[in-house]
Design a protein around this ligand. Sequence first.
Ligand code: NAP
Length: 297
Amino acid sequence: MHSLGFIGLGIMGSRMAMNLQNAGFPLRVYNRTREHAQPVVEAGATFVDSPAELASQVDILFTMLSEPRVVEQFALGEDGFLKHLKKGSLWVDCTTCNPSFSQHMATAATSYGVRFMDAPVAGSKVPAENGQLLFLVGGDAQDVANCEPYFKVMGRGFNHLGGHGAGAGMKMVVNLLLGNAMLVFAEALNLGEALGFSRQKLLDTLLPTPVVPAFVTGKRHKLEQENYDPEFPLQWMQKDLQLASVTAYEHDTPLPATNTAKEIFQLAKQNGFAQQDFSAIFQFLNETRSNQAGVKD
Ligand SMILES: NC(=O)c1ccc[n+]([C@@H]2O[C@H](COP(=O)([O-])OP(=O)(O)OC[C@H]3O[C@@H](n4cnc5c(N)ncnc54)[C@H](OP(=O)(O)O)[C@@H]3O)[C@@H](O)[C@H]2O)c1
């Protein structure tokens, strides 16, 4: 049995690690904020005081951090984990990163004799908790096969999409759809309210129609109650649109709608919505409209 490590116990990582722990795999964990590790430690995982120390003790290391800058700092920064991982061990990065960054990490890992796989996930807080994520995987077939038991515990399946960076690439495509769809729905809802329809009437009318993606129904209670406790924090949606934009630039592909959406999420981020769920983009637009409604000529 492999000895497993998990670094990054935020909304997603804490739940993924808990599923590994509950399945009985020997698990060592690290997180910047120690208290976020408490539930999985109480379930039996071992907290290790530094990423470097953890790396030296495991065969497979999962990371679920916020963004590429942080992943790079953990892997290659001062006392980064790459130089402490055993030769032939495997690093599986589940963080949503851009494909060229994942390829860069794969190259860095190889230089330390470590294997690498990008395996970002589709699915949010509840699927993470219920072990229903879908892993989008880029890497070598043998490494993917070695991880299958762990993917099965944390997810409903995996999709091996190609070599290093392929999982990250598909994740860019998925989240570009997600961010644009949420924003456009928010705009529609906002216009509907400006026309005098109640929010409930709009949601009752729009959600069953084929023009609204299924995930929006899962956001209904947030939109109704104006309680945007994060499942997927808005700041990471903005980050993903930024990474999609970088990726498009690298592949000489125009993304006009996505670049506009990215900047609207940036405005919302700067206006206090960073830590809220990304569906709060509706609240941001709605408050902007409400403020305007109060302005007299
Ligand atoms: N939430 C979702 O629905 C969802 C779905 C699919 C993919 N994702 C992706 O999954 C990744 C994690 O998302 P999340 O929702 O779990 O985010 P999160 O709750 O904000 O967790 C982020 C993790 O990164 C750590 N971190 C952030 N900045 C750090 C820094 N400067 N130094 C050290 N540690 C740092 C946090 O540590 P602390 O605990 O100390 O803050 C935490 O462990 C992101 O790439 C996101 O895009 C999220």
